[in-house]
Ligand binder design. Structure first.
Ligand SMILES: [Zn+2]
Length: 139
């Protein structure tokens, strides 16, 4: 025990040493080759799934943009009238393209506006299909 050496450190050196130990302990172990392959595979799958979802949304928008929401053979509407609830006015749903058609403009609240960003806000279109849907029930 008598040959034990003593080291004198300044407070700054001690803090730097403690910090580097801390960083070393916080480091995650390097992933193995198979773990790395799994990580890259997961990332690729997640990216592919995201791209597929974006493609699905784009396709749905395209279908909705070319849908007349009416039956070509007799001009009747393919929409169904949905009664509004507490904070939502009435709207129409097209059974062909699943478009939500509202009268008036999109909600002013930014959160609600984001939620309704794929809905159609067109009073003339809403009124037309509302009228057609009411006419259908009288036959
Ligand atoms: Zn439609």
């Amino acid at each position: 025990m008598s040959d034990q050496k003593t080291v004198t450190l300044t407070m700054d050196q001690l803090q730097a040493l403690a910090k580097s130990f801390g960083e070393e302990f916080r480091k995650k172990p390097e992933p193995t080759e198979s773990e790395q392959a799994q990580i890259e595979n997961d990332l690729r799958m997640r990216r592919d799934r995201g791209e597929q979802e974006l493609q699905k949304i784009a396709n749905k928008k395209l279908v909705q943009s070319i849908c007349t929401h009416t039956r070509i053979e007799n001009g009747t509407t393919r929409t169904v009238h949905i009664y509004g609830s507490n904070n939502l006015d009435d709207y129409m749903i097209c059974q062909e393209c699943n478009a939500f058609i509202h009268a008036g403009g999109p909600p002013a609240d930014p959160v609600m506006a984001k939620e309704f960003e794929n809905h159609i806000f067109d009073t003339r279109l809403f009124n037309l299909h509302y009228k057609l849907s009411q006419a259908r029930t009288t036959f």
